[in-house]
Design a protein around this ligand. Structure first.
Ligand code: SF4
Length: 362
């Protein structure tokens, strides 16, 4: 008989925990499920659940957002992006639009899209105009972009790719002097595509308890219980608490499509810096569809904005799990979902936005 959330909670409360334990998650979907179902309050006080680098919109670097804004302002260009990206603000010279929504208000043709398929349809419907797809996301979002490329795209479709891999950010935290957590909940969606094995290094190199989780309270609580048991028994292993979806080896077709269309490269993370092997760039075969090559002036303009953060914004420390969202001094004052200062308050996967939606007030 499968256990209920109440059963898992009872098992967790029965564990002989004698010291505080910090458990990091790296998925906006996990953080949303934890916050909106009130899991934090249901756990023993000694357990702290920390949101980590789980929001691709939040780590999209300023230079890429700025380049997208400048491209959107080009005459004839249609700029397509996932809805979350439209309100991500960047620090811009006075008088310039600070996000894609503002560019749209200034006359740019900016279209929110939900899938690569929509972008292809948009390009086919406007063959006389350049359509630039600002594709920011982790592996789960990037794999369908790769599939789109292999299916064939119209000549007038260009990709402004800002794709990131999840595990290098965790590797960077673990290699630091103070990682700040004792156990890891690995992302279910990413593991579905890339395979749970990507997270084995956490156990093998750092002897840190790790469990892949799904998005229900039962799956998350099973994962918390697993890593707590691993900690107590000092026997870390990579557990899969989402076996109904996450299979050994992940999705080989999606992985092959990524390999066929993109190279792995170092990449800049907003407020964090350049992480080795943490991003994707298009293969030479798709150079004709690379917006960075087709519009080099905008790429250069974007690079000038690298490292710029809105004054007072603590998103980088929130993304790395160094501080809780409500510890940012702008949380709920200067920065709210209606008037976001940083990307973590914009995206549905941003920790600040999730905590605000969950009723956390400064
Ligand atoms: Fe960034 Fe706003 Fe969150 Fe502060 S409250 S970290 S400014 S998004």
């Amino acid at each position: 008989m499968s256990l209920t959330a109440q059963d898992w909670l009872a098992k967790i409360h029965a564990l002989p925990l004698t010291r505080p334990v910090r458990i990091l998650n790296v998925c906006g979907g996990h953080e949303r499920a934890i916050t909106l179902t009130g899991l934090r309050a249901a756990l023993p006080r000694t357990i702290e659940l920390i949101p980590g680098p789980g929001c691709p919109v939040c780590v999209c670097p300023e230079e890429d957002v700025y380049q997208a804004i400048r491209l959107a302002l080009e005459e004839r260009v249609i700029l397509a992006a996932f809805g979350d990206m439209l309100r991500v603000p960047v620090n811009v010279p006075k008088g310039e639009p600070r996000c894609l929504d503002a560019a749209k208000a200034a006359g740019a043709d900016v279209r929110p899209v939900a899938s690569p398929r929509e972008v292809v349809a948009l390009a086919r419907a406007h063959p006389e105009r350049p359509v630039v797809f600002f594709a920011a996301g982790f592996e789960t979002t990037t794999a369908p972009v790769a599939a789109m490329l292999l299916e064939g795209v119209p000549d007038n479709l260009y990709l402004l790719l800002s794709a990131r891999r999840t595990w290098p950010a965790v590797a960077m935290l673990l290699a630091s002097d103070a990682p700040g957590f004792d156990a890891l909940i690995a992302p279910g969606h990413v593991a579905t595509v890339m395979g749970p094995e990507e997270w084995r290094f956490v156990v093998e190199q750092y002897r840190m308890p790790t469990a892949v989780a799904g998005f229900t309270p039962v799956s998350l609580l099973a994962a918390f219980y697993s890593v707590l048991r691993q900690l107590l028994e000092a026997q870390p292993f990579l557990d899969n608490c989402y076996p109904e979806v996450v299979r050994p080896g992940g999705n080989p077709t999606a992985q092959a499509q990524l390999t066929e269309t993109m190279h792995i490269t170092e990449a800049n993370w907003r407020g964090i810096g350049v992480l080795p092997a943490s991003g994707f760039r298009l293969c030479e075969r798709f150079a004709a569809h690379d917006a960075r090559l087709t519009f080099p002036d905008h790429a250069a303009l974007g690079r000038q904005r690298a490292g710029q953060m809105p004054p007072g914004c603590d998103c980088a420390r929130v993304v790395l799990g160094r501080i809780a969202p409500d510890a940012c001094r702008l949380y709920g004052t200067a920065c709210t979902p209606r008037h976001p200062v940083g990307p973590c308050m914009v995206s549905d996967e941003g920790a600040c936005r999730i905590w605000w939606a969950g009723g956390v007030r400064a």
